[in-house]
Design a protein around this ligand. Sequence first.
Ligand code: HPA
Length: 274
Amino acid sequence: MQGLKAKIDDATNAIRKQYTRQPKVGLILGTGLGGLADQIVADAKIPYGEIPHFPESTVESHAGQLVCGTLKEVPIIAMEGRFHYYEGYSMQEVTFPVRVMHALGIDILLITNAAGGMNSQYQLADLMIIEDMINLMGDNPLRGVNDDELGPRFPDMCEPFDQKLIEIARQTALEVGLPAHKGVFVAVAGPNLETRAEYRMLRNMGADCVGMSTVPEAIVARHAGLRTLGFSIVTDMCLPDALEPVDIEKILDVAAKGGGRLSQLIGALITRLD
Ligand code: HPA
């Protein structure tokens, strides 16, 4: 079987035929963030199907393409559509695009997601800057033989999200008048939502938001030496003693509202990242 490094090279070479700029930022767009992709002045939009070794997106609401260009003049690559573990991809597949964006030259990864809010102070459509994370997915993208060229066998995790970037995000949120919490994100495998007992456990563990993504990408980003900033949009409240059945339509509505806010924040933030 072809090694990971060779696959990354294949994918990078294919993208380089359409896009020659050196990107500074990689952006993973979660549910509700589609509007942000439209703000990127694109040099190229490359469907995942045209990139060697990229898994194909199975979620219909996601376009499944890399948008390569600039946002407020900052060179950026955005993933419009991401791969979730619950869709059946391996952790290595889920995180392959992060490896490729790293190989293309990004040094900052921005990860966004839609998540359930377990902190009772939070409200629907609120934003949370991810300060730390808990991996409860039961798997790890770094499992298996380690390629020392890609990163260390035992990456340090004392700061998975970059403190300096968190501070820039917090300051920017204050200045543009968009309230943003700072909290802990826990990832579960999904695809079912959690039981009341599980929400109670996750909250007691110290998590503020729960979702089914982001942690694998953040682990690989850390492994690759990228600086990472993560945001959650609170799309449903997960308070065990006041839990209501999920309504996916409502979650998408809230995601769109929170996504509008987060797009505004990222637009204001992007020129300040360094
Ligand atoms: N649990 C897990 N993932 C989620 C949730 C949730 O409640 N809401 C949005 N994504």
